[in-house]
Write a protein that binds this ligand. Structure first.
Ligand code: DAH
Length: 341
């Protein structure tokens, strides 16, 4: 019996040493130490032994069991460690490889210009308003002193949503003047940037959709001098100190008197060049003193209050600010173009 036991010990220890993974070890445990295992089978024959031999064999069998168990324990630890090491090798990440840069686009030059304009006006105490692009014709025209049949409606009487021409894509941001007068307490100081729509064909300077910023002030004793002073300050902040402006008479139905404001050409300094088409000046915006009828239609007494307003084309402002030659570049949104600003 002793030889049998020693043979089991050798076989078991050799097999354990050769095991390739924890599953094999488990098979060996069942084979040698399990209830129907080889060691158990030998021990079942103990009854045939003499009373002196029994404890001796028992002791040997216990030693063998302990030796196999401890060998298995050690082998299992090694196998698990080895498997982990292999997995780490297989799934190795090279943390020194440069990452892929996440493209998040670029701020649009027109919105850079808009933010500059907002900043300037907010600094002067103006509120920034947002309003609908789908607008009532009444607010886009009638309440701005351009009722049905007014000649100024011809070129902008355009994208309607209904057959009786009541709802339209606004052709200007000026209806925001009416919305402000109808909803705000006096005095009012607002700007209102946003999209406007006209039936223009796309070319280097035109688009059927473009952006304007409307501005309006209503208070007691507001004069044309306030309009000029404010707009001159804005222009100097946008285009640099000492930038000259020029006010020319013009006509808008909702202002009286009306004017257009030009800035001296930044390219030639007023001498005349291709950028300003030989004029020396570049048209920037329309403005004027709010027509008394417009104030009256919004329930404001023109004998007590007066105001001024302006409308500036945002694409043009950005094109001038960043020396962009073609309006279409503004809308193409090619990141290679946008990244230059
Ligand atoms: N709404 C005019 C346009 O689209 C621009 C304009 C002119 C706005 C004079 C004004 C203004 O507020 O006073 O051409």
């Amino acid at each position: 019996m002793k030889e049998q036991l020693e043979s089991i010990r050798r076989q078991a220890l050799d097999a354990v040493a050769a095991a390739a993974d924890p599953a094999q070890l488990e098979e060996l445990r069942v084979r040698f130490l399990g209830k129907k295992g080889e060691l158990t089978a030998v021990l079942k024959q103990m009854g045939k032994l003499s009373a002196e031999e029994r404890p001796v064999m028992g002791q040997i069998a216990n030693d063998i069991r302990a030796a196999i168990e401890s060998a298995m324990e050690t082998a299992k630890k090694e196998l698990v460690a080895k498997a982990l090491e292999q997995r780490l090798l297989d799934e190795a990440l090279d943390v020194t490889v440069p990452g892929k840069e996440a493209k998040i686009g670029h701020r649009h030059p027109m919105y850079i210009a808009l933010d500059e304009i907002k900043e300037i006006f907010i600094g002067m105490g103006f509120t920034v308003l947002d309003g609908p692009e789908v607008e009532l014709a009444e607010l886009n025209f009638d309440r701005l002193n351009a009722e049905e049949g007014h000649p100024s409606r011809d070129w902008s009487d355009t994208f309607y949503f209904d057959t009786d021409s009541r709802v339209m894509l606004r052709s200007q941001t000026s209806p925001m003047q009416v919305r402000a007068m109808d909803t705000m307490e006096l005095p009012i100081r607002i700007i209102a940037p946003g999209r406007v729509y006209r039936k223009d064909e796309v070319d280097a300077t035109h688009s059927p959709m473009f952006h304007q910023v409307e501005g309006m002030v209503i208070d007691k004793n507001v004069t044309m001098a306030d309009l000029k002073g404010t707009l001159n300050t804005v222009v100097e902040q946008l285009y640099g100190k000492g930038t000259k402006t020029r006010f020319r008479p013009h006509h808008f139905p909702f202002t009286e008197p009306s004017c257009e404001m030009d800035v001296q050409c930044h390219k030639c300094g007023g001498v005349g060049c291709p950028t300003c088409k030989g004029e020396g000046w570049i048209e920037l915006l329309g403005a004027g003193m709010i027509h008394p009828r417009v104030l009256e239609m919004s329930g404001i007494d023109p004998n007590e209050y007066s105001g001024w307003a302006f409308g500036i084309g945002l694409e043009r402002t950005a094109m001038r600010r960043f020396k962009i030659a073609d309006l279409r570049l503004i809308f193409e949104n090619d990141v290679r173009f946008l990244e230059q600003f």
